[in-house]
Design a protein around this ligand. Structure first.
Ligand code: SF4
Ligand code: SF4
Length: 145
């Protein structure tokens, strides 16, 4: 119940906030001081939860667990593979989810079927082209500046 409330009430907004922040922050790491080891997306979300959202490590870990539990459902319901923008070389789906984020392969936008997806409707998503424009949360964050 708690997990459901989190996702339904936040619409993953907090996570989006974090991911957006982190996505933009990645540019700050470029250059001589860039870390040699690239952080996993999960680690980035956790870092953002703690450093930008003021979450404790325990709270961040709990949120990450909830996100990970939700991810299989998102991927199962995802209809990206039948979208005109999807490419055969891509193996990932569920780009709207904060733990997935945009595709490393898809670059050309040829129409987005996300609004037809049950995840889109269930999660009350507002954006699209997640494969090229980042997750729902990142896009929402970008709108807020
Ligand atoms: S909303 Fe789009 S990216 Fe998200 S699961 Fe559905 S089709 Fe995939
Ligand atoms: S995120 Fe949208 S545009 Fe990208 S492959 Fe999925 S349905 Fe198509």
């Amino acid at each position: 119940m708690k997990r459901r409330e989190f996702f339904e009430k936040s619409g993953c907004g907090l996570l989006g906030l974090m991911m957006a922040e982190f996505g933009f922050a990645s540019g700050q790491k470029e250059g001589a001081q860039a870390p040699k080891k690239k952080m996993s997306r999960e680690d980035m979300v956790k870092k953002m939860l703690m450093e930008k959202m003021g979450k404790t490590e325990e709270e961040a870990d709990t949120m990450i667990i909830e996100m990970k539990e939700k991810l299989p459902m998102v991927k199962d319901m995802c209809i990206c593979k039948t979208c005109p923008t999807f490419v055969a070389e891509e193996t990932e789906v569920g780009f709207c989810h904060p733990l997935v984020g945009k595709s490393k392969i898809i670059t050309e936008e040829k129409g987005c079927d996300c609004p037809k997806c049950p995840v889109y409707q269930k999660m009350s998503l507002k954006n699209g082209y997640y494969c090229t424009r980042k997750s729902e949360m990142e896009q929402e964050m970008a709108k807020k500046g």
